[in-house]
Design a protein around this ligand. Structure first.
Ligand code: AMP
Length: 506
């Protein structure tokens, strides 16, 4: 029997005694031992009543056991639904109900609050703790270490990943065997992964980046992973010594840059640093190269599509761009309102087609329909353009576009100018209601604590570079920008915070 993803990622490692997970405490788990653990979990899940197509929701710490539950679901044909550990019980309630999950696995500390939710939705509740213990782990230890994988095809579901949902309710993206396997293979080839690689893994495993990009690519190539429970800059610097690749969100890189131990020596054994999930500031790119000699490779993707574009492994890695469409993935830019082609180099909506693109939103056929064009392209919601050499630049989310006095203002263009000014660490440009202009441009600035920013000088610099309608009408300072776990700036939070800034005095 074939099970597309299980065969390609896991089954082929049977008998492989090489290390798969190198743990923080110095212990390691071989591929073979991991497969044993996963098979036991598969038997435990089936014994608990889950069958092919059923959903298992997991909200648990990042442990080898949690990752083994993913592998267990793949072989049992159970749809894996990983949940952000920061979600409250109300949020988990929504996911369990929306997905119709039949099993809910949580940390022991949340058992009491989640028990009524599981009961209400008819789901069985198990625990899995940060130390690898818990009722599901115990049950798995009593099982056989072999499992006959359930037959699964290209279009069968592997996982439901709920999008971060900064507006409206979060939607479950249905990801199939073919979606995940095609992307893992393409990336492993493009980024030259091999069994000699050791990936430093400090990302969460409830998100596409840590779960699919990092883990599936390593599995395809038979690489090892230094499996850290979270990003801790001291630990990461220490472990870089053994790593050949690191994947991170931009915040990882800005934090590393703040650490004095980051140097050429500390990164000498690393052949590749990858960044994604949020825009990497060109300045971070430049500073990182100056300190370490490495040019970070930036790539672009999203939960619904897996990875879409990447800077080249060989050839110029261009700061401020996400490179070229991956092999087998089509990317085009279309007018965001009419869907018509745009002129060369113009900004428009990024649309994507390929085996990597998901099957649709769980139980939301209408929502799915409007997010695809008639010829099968997924409308990403990101605005972008191709530069003169064909590198894709992401200008921002469509919903972050500011329309002031009828003119389109792309926040990124203004943020880039602001970020270059003395004393500015980073910035976010948003639009909030304005009585005359519809929306007024607001710049939220984070300054270096020890520097006095000369706001008048900054305004002059902005005036010299940007047309009047693009210039912020108000500047506000903040200690930091609100970010979600993947390092994305939450502009909706800022829009909320400053929505009354232009309100006329009564
Ligand atoms: P998620 O589904 O949580 O992975 O979020 C996907 C979104 O993150 C994309 O639609 C983009 O808006 C953003 N994103 C991911 N990678 C990049 C990148 N390299 N540059 C800019 N935005 C990115």
């Amino acid at each position: 029997m074939t099970n597309l993803l299980y065969d390609a990622l896991f089954a082929r490692h049977a008998g492989n005694a090489n290390p798969f997970l190198l743990l923080q405490n110095g212990e390691s788990l071989s591929y073979d031992a991991f497969l044993d653990m996963a098979a036991r979990f598969a038997n435990a899940i089936v014994e608990a009543g889950a069958g092919p197509g059923d959903r298992l929701a997991l909200q648990a710490a990042k442990t080898p056991e949690a990752l083994a539950v993913y592998a267990a679901c793949v072989q049992a044909g159970v749809v894996f639904l990983p949940l952000n550990t920061a979600y409250t019980s109300d949020e988990v309630d929504y996911f369990v109900e929306n997905a119709g999950a039949s099993l809910l696995v949580c940390d022991g500390s949340n058992e009491v609050s989640l028990a009524p939710i599981a009961r209400r939705h008819g789901a069985s509740l198990f625990t899995l703790n940060a130390d690898g213990s818990g009722t599901l782990a115990e049950r798995s230890r009593r099982q056989r270490s072999t499992f006959d994988p359930v037959a699964r095809d290209d279009d069968d579901l592997v996982a439901l990943l709920y999008t971060s949902g900064t507006t409206g309710k979060s939607k479950g993206a249905m990801l199939t065997h073919a979606n995940l396997l095609s992307n893992a293979r393409v990336l492993a080839r493009l980024w030259r992964f091999s069994a000699d690689d050791v990936l430093l893994h400090a990302l969460p495993i409830f998100h596409t980046h840590g779960l699919f990009v990092a883990t599936n690519v390593s599995l395809v190539a038979g690489s090892a992973m230094i499996f850290l429970p979270r990003f801790d800059v001291e630990r990461v610097i220490e472990k870089l010594d053994r790593a050949t690749v690191m994947m991170g969100v931009p915040t990882f890189y800005t934090r590393l840059l703040q650490h004095r131990a980051l140097s050429r020596g500390a990164t000498a054994g690393v052949r590749l640093f990858v960044s994604g999930s949020a825009p990497l500031l060109p300045e971070t790119h430049v500073k990182f190269e100056r300190r370490t000699g490495h040019r970070i490779l930036e790539r672009y993707g999203m939960t619904e599509t897996n990875m879409i574009a990447s800077n080249p492994y060989e050839g110029e890695r261009r700061a401020g761009t996400v490179g070229f469409a991956l092999p087998g993935v089509e990317v085009r830019i279309r007018d965001k309102d009419t869907g018509e082609p745009v002129g060369d180099g113009e900004v428009g909506m990024v649309q994507v087609r390929g085996t990597n693109v998901f099957r649709g939103y769980w139980r939301m056929p209408e929502k799915t329909r409007v997010e695809f064009t008639d010829d099968g392209f997924f409308i990403t919601g990101d605005l972008g353009r191709f530069d003169e050499d064909g590198y894709l630049q992401i200008v921002g989310r469509g919903r972050d576009l500011v329309i002031s006095g009828g003119f389109n203002v792309y926040p990124k263009e203004i943020e880039q100018v602001l970020d270059e000014q003395d004393g500015i660490v980073e910035s976010a440009v948003i639009g909030v209601p304005h009585p005359d202009f519809g929306e007024g441009v607001v710049a939220v600035l984070v300054s270096a604590t020890e520097v006095d920013v000369n706001l008048e000088g900054l305004k002059e610099a902005v005036a010299a570079r940007l047309a009047g309608f693009k210039r912020p009408k108000k500047y506000v300072f903040a200690d930091e920008l609100p970010r979600n776990t993947m390092g994305k700036v939450q502009k909706n939070v800022l829009r909320d915070r400053y929505r009354d800034l232009f309100k006329k005095a009564e």
